[in-house]
Write a protein that binds this ligand. Structure first.
Ligand SMILES: [Zn+2]
Length: 634
């Protein structure tokens, strides 16, 4: 730990400006504002390495002027929904009610161990920071932040993830073969006969027209007109084909309206990555159709379309299924990665535009923004970067690493966009919810439970709850549920619980994969629940830790107990594991510049920020104030 006093003239001037222009509070000091950016799944080892090589300039600036921890412990399971529930509330999953990305349905008396619901849509049982801020009279903006969809007086909450209608995808000649166009009205000028395609997105039918625009010198077809009918007069968009890596503002469409199945409107963006000069093939990508979910809606009436039309994620499914071409691990030359990377850059661009608009146009004291990166890309690639895996090939790792780094650089640019909108006397915090680890083997816990007689199926292959004592739930939360009598259809009485828990534990710890024991530890919530912050009404009974390189196979009836799968990145494991650790950076008024601190948990973030802002800590916060990150005197 370093104790370095930093006298930075620029920040002193900013503080002076703040005190001149901002209204003074009762004690003569204006309370600071705060901007909080969350990077999902930031891996500290890569962040450190890129910082050392000068590849994350905005983060470097934040770290130099602030306090930085790179061993921050997430919660159990180290997944996104429980991570953010705990980051924003300072309370462990046991208290937030968010025990995973999916959670067992409650109340227990009305739902069986087989039922689960989305963890992201679960109402937080612990008060989040923004509610505490509003309680203290502060105004909040939340930009697509997990659990940040609530409205607050005078605040603005974007919640694009709640509006996603269906997945993104690609259209190519195999989906719709270009044919000579016929029956079009208002055909645009073309040097050669136009070709047409048609395709469906959500409940909307589209017609496409390939033309050779006479104003574009390029030989052959170069432009795609997309329209809701065979009419070139008012096309939904006009796309020029350009290779991946081209400028986003020039080659991505404006938001195009599509109908969701329910009849309401959603929007997509298009990108034409490829168009052969002879029109024989093309690659048209569209983002996930998404409804506009903002509260209150009237605050975005004058916002540009890009602010109101959410993208959210990159084309990770398209990429992994080969829709952008062969991936590098599959023998590709990097074209698929470059295309995927542009979808990442576009998702980040849409977030940055929303952030810029909201930060400038809406009054706020506390500003939250979230990016799903690097997590999304880490899932695709971390398995190829981890030299401990048996499938590791140095050549593949060497070729993929630059793309992984570019994703982190898009995150850094998003941070830069936030820093550019930072008013004087404003704290900037960068947080993350978990780390990532490469995995290539999976453990079907339910197969073990079935073989040992804890999980019973009837003759039609359904779980027989009248005989089942334990199950690894479909929610896939690193925990086993005991079918206790407080649950609907439960059979394990309080008297038998201890004995059943012990027998399940012994069965799981006894599992072998060659000479390895893939299930490394089992934690009983009746013993360790309070200390580890696990369990509770929405939690599990036995939380499992696996050996590095293994992940859970959540299927009810897998054919093998332990099996191999293609390498990829995973998280959700025991938060004490070094690979699950992540980062926190705090910078600004009240924070010790140049400080490194250790041993923090993500539950410490909310009470620490509340302290810095001079607001009450969230009501259920159990984390501590990170005094070592604060400037004296505190
Ligand atoms: Zn993830």
């Amino acid at each position: 730990m370093t104790f370095r006093l930093s006298a930075r003239p620029a920040s002193i001037i900013l503080l002076l400006l703040a005190s001149w222009f901002a209204p003074a509070s009762l004690n003569g000091q204006t309370p600071p504002k705060a901007m909080v950016l969350a990077w999902d799944g930031a891996v500290p080892s890569l962040v450190d390495d890129m910082l050392r090589r000068g590849k994350l300039p905005h983060l470097a600036k934040l770290v130099t002027g602030g306090a930085f921890a790179n061993d921050v412990q997430p919660v159990f399971p180290s997944a996104t929904a429980p991570g953010f529930a705990s980051l924003w509330s300072g309370a462990p999953p046991r208290a937030t009610g968010v025990s995973g990305n999916r959670v067992p349905k409650r109340p227990r008396s009305q739902h069986t161990v087989l039922e689960s619901a989305s963890g992201f849509d679960t109402p937080l049982e612990a008060e989040p920071l923004w509610a505490a801020a509003v309680r203290s009279g502060r105004k909040v903006v939340a930009v697509h932040v997990p659990f940040g969809g609530a409205s607050s007086p005078g605040g603005l909450h974007f919640q694009g993830y709640a509006g996603i209608v269906s997945r993104d995808g690609v259209i190519n000649a195999r989906v719709s073969k270009p044919q000579l166009a016929s029956d079009w009205k208002n055909m645009p000028a073309s040097s050669i006969p136009p070709l047409e395609i048609s395709f469906q997105i959500a409940a909307s039918r589209f017609f496409g027209l390939f033309i050779d625009d006479p104003r574009i010198p390029r030989e052959g077809y170069d432009t795609l007109i997309v329209a809701a009918s065979r009419d070139g007069k008012h096309p939904a968009c006009k796309l020029l084909s350009a290779p991946a890596g081209s400028r986003i503002e020039l080659y991505w469409s404006s938001p195009v309206t599509v109908l969701a199945g329910s009849g309401d409107q959603a929007t997509v963006y298009f990108r034409l990555f490829e168009l052969n000069a002879d029109g024989s093939d093309f690659l048209l990508y569209f983002t996930r159709p998404t409804r506009e979910v903002v509260s209150p809606r009237e605050l975005v009436n004058d916002a540009p379309a890009v602010v109101r039309s959410f993208v959210g994620n990159g084309g990770t499914l398209v990429y992994s299924q080969g829709g952008f071409g062969k991936t590098i691990p599959d023998g590709g030359d990097g074209l698929a990665e470059a295309r995927y990377l542009e979808t990442v850059a576009f998702a980040q661009y849409q977030l940055a535009e929303t952030m810029r608009w909201a930060a400038a146009r809406i009054s706020w004291d506390l500003f939250f923004a979230y990016s799903p990166f690097p997590d999304e890309s880490e899932h695709s690639w971390r398995g190829y970067l981890d030299p401990r895996l048996s499938s590791y090939r140095v050549e593949i790792a060497r070729r993929l690493l630059p793309y992984v780094e570019k994703v982190y650089q898009t995150c850094d640019e998003l941070l830069g966009a936030m820093l550019a909108r930072r008013p004087p006397n404003t704290i900037v915090a960068l947080v993350s919810d978990h780390g990532m680890e490469g995995v290539e083997r999976q453990v079907a816990v339910n197969k073990v439970l079935e073989e040992r007689g804890f999980l019973i199926f009837d003759e039609r292959g359904r779980v027989d709850l009248t005989k089942t004592a334990a199950i690894y739930g479909g929610a896939n939360n690193a925990f086993v549920l005991l079918n206790t009598t407080d649950r609907k259809g439960g059979i394990v009485t309080p008297e038998r619980r201890g004995e059943i828990a012990r027998r399940v534990r012994d069965a799981l710890l006894g599992l072998r994969d060659g000479d390895r024991r893939p299930i490394a530890a089992v934690y009983d919530t009746q013993v360790d629940g309070a200390a580890l912050g696990i369990g509770g009404e929405a939690g599990g009974d036995l939380y499992l830790d696996l050996l590095p390189g293994y992940e859970f196979d959540p299927r009810l009836r897998a054919s093998e107990v332990v099996s191999s799968r293609e390498p990829h990145g995973a998280h959700g494991f025991n938060p004490a594991r070094p690979s699950m650790r992540t980062i926190i950076v705090l910078s600004g008024p009240g924070i010790h510049a140049g400080r490194r601190f250790e041993g923090a948990s993500i539950t410490d973030f909310a009470p620490t920020l509340a302290k810095l802002l001079g607001i009450a800590a969230p009501r259920h916060a159990a984390g501590r104030v990170l005094k070592e990150a604060l400037a004296e005197p505190h």
